[in-house]
Ligand binder design. Structure first.
Ligand SMILES: [Fe+2]
Ligand SMILES: [Fe+2]
Length: 228
């Protein structure tokens, strides 16, 4: 796909287009995992709960659209040979764990991993992308607004479901949360040099994810929040 003129202008305004392209590609990988897991959640719910199945099916479709938007952004910045091996391996590990949770009947855990943890990480990055693109007057406002509204709906729905439904599996969920948080932490370590090049602090994104998990833990079990 040739890069449109708008993207070429954008590329010239960026100080580090290759780094931005790399981070767009990382975001696209996160969207890929979100699309696959939401589709699996929808299949899992099936006839059991048609309202949930429909929501997850819509989410999967929207995540696919986000995935294409970020890949398109990365490719339009015309960066070739971007190496994402370690990032992809981490996303694959996360995806495998979330799909395994569904295979073993732990929908609540998959919601914790996707709609609470991964979505919190995505939202923190999207907020940064939005702010930086506004500062540089880089356009795509409607696209950015659409993606963020859809992500907000996924998070709200997931959190609501999670807080309502995770009765009786608090300790197991604490262990799962630690496992998913460790993957997020490692991912942030891997991309830390790229973030620092853009004067972004990896810790800021980790704190955003921890906050989302703590909010959940506090609502489910007030004592648990102090352990995180
Ligand atoms: Fe998304
Ligand atoms: Fe999402």
């Amino acid at each position: 796909m040739p890069a449109p003129a708008k993207m070429l202008i954008l590329q010239r305004r960026l100080e580090h287009p290759a780094t931005v392209a790399h981070l767009f590609a990382v975001l696209a990988e996160g969207e890929r995992v979100a699309a696959n897991v939401a589709a699996a959640q929808s299949r899992y719910c099936g006839d059991m709960d048609s309202r949930l199945a429909v929501f997850f099916r819509h989410q999967a479709r929207q995540e696919k659209f986000h995935n294409r938007a970020f890949y398109w952004g990365a490719r339009c910045l015309q960066v070739r040979g971007t190496l994402l091996r370690r990032e992809i391996a981490l996303f694959d590990t996360l995806e495998h764990a979330l799909l395994q949770a569904l295979t073993e009947g732990r929908l609540c855990e998959s919601v914790l991993g996707l709609q609470v943890i991964l979505e919190a990480l995505g939202e923190a990055f999207l907020e940064t992308v939005d702010r930086r693109m506004d500062q540089l007057d880089m356009g795509f406002k409607r696209l950015r607004h659409t993606i963020r509204c859809q992500e907000q709906a996924h998070q709200d729905f997931g959190k609501h479901y999670f807080y309502r439904s995770n009765d009786g599996c608090g300790d197991a969920l604490d262990i799962a949360a630690d496992r998913y948080l460790a993957i997020v932490e490692e991912l942030l370590q891997v991309i830390a040099p790229k973030l620092q090049q853009l004067e972004l602090d990896p810790e800021y994104y980790l704190r955003a994810v921890l906050r989302a998990v703590q909010q959940g833990a506090a609502q489910v079990n007030p004592a648990a929040s102090s352990r995180l």
